[in-house]
Design a protein around this ligand. Structure first.
Ligand code: VGL
Ligand code: ZN
Length: 209
């Protein structure tokens, strides 16, 4: 089965800071670009996201004296993993990877721009309640099934797919077009969450098969 006019490819956070040499490099992060380019021509609709933080964002370990990257702290909305400074608005690290070529993308959605709250998901910030506007955009455009690719499988791709299901959208993660951070079993946990919520895994050779 081929993608239809109700399907959208969501390309998550393929930014310099998540690729080798970046501030929060995901192993093989740039390897997602080739499969994304391979499947992109099959989609009528593409949306790209960008992690887009102010310099002193509360998800940065540097904003919490004495804390180190990858530790967890409690914020008002729940537990938050602390990260190295990354994807700071207007910096080269926040730019989309220069090899990513998707001129047909219809929307570039930025998220994580509020200092006090992180946003892994493209739909809701980490309080799981503050909307980014993407659900309304997809609804108004009649897009009901999302295919997901990009970085990172166990964080921004994963939470976006889970929220898509919560919103009643079908969600298909193109596994070989993603790479993971893999922090404290986060890949295994996300696999289990996908299973529970009906997120489907597919391969780029046969995204719907
Ligand atoms: C991400 C950690 C922090 C991601 C973004 O894109 O998966 N991970 N910010
Ligand atoms: Zn981030």
């Amino acid at each position: 089965m081929e993608p239809t006019s109700h399907d959208v490819l969501l390309v998550i956070d393929v930014q310099n800071d998540f690729c080798p040499g970046g501030q929060l490099a995901v192993a093989g992060g740039d390897c997602v670009i080739e499969p994304i380019h391979r499947i992109a021509p099959r989609f009528e609709h593409i949306v790209v996201t960008q992690d887009w933080h102010p310099a002193n964002h509360l998800s940065f370990a540097s904003a919490h004296p004495g804390k180190k990257p990858y530790e967890q702290i409690a914020l008002s909305y729940g537990p938050q993993t602390l990260w190295p400074d990354h994807c700071v608005q207007g910096t080269p690290g926040a730019e989309l990877h220069p090899a990513l070529h998707l001129p047909q993308a219809e929307l570039i959605l930025r998220k994580g721009f509020r200092r006090e709250i992180d946003s892994y998901s493209a739909f809701f910030e980490n309080d799981r309640a503050t909307p980014t506007g993407l659900a309304g955009y997809l609804r108004e455009r009649g897009l009901t099934r999302v295919f997901l690719a990009g970085l990172a499988y166990d964080f921004c791709v994963g939470y976006s797919a889970l929220d898509a299901r919560r919103l009643g959208l079908e969600a298909v993660v193109i596994r070989d077009a993603c790479r993971a951070i893999d922090l404290n079993g986060s890949v295994r946990k996300m696999d289990a969450e996908f299973e529970k919520s009906g997120v489907v895994l597919a391969k780029s050779e046969a995204p719907v098969g």
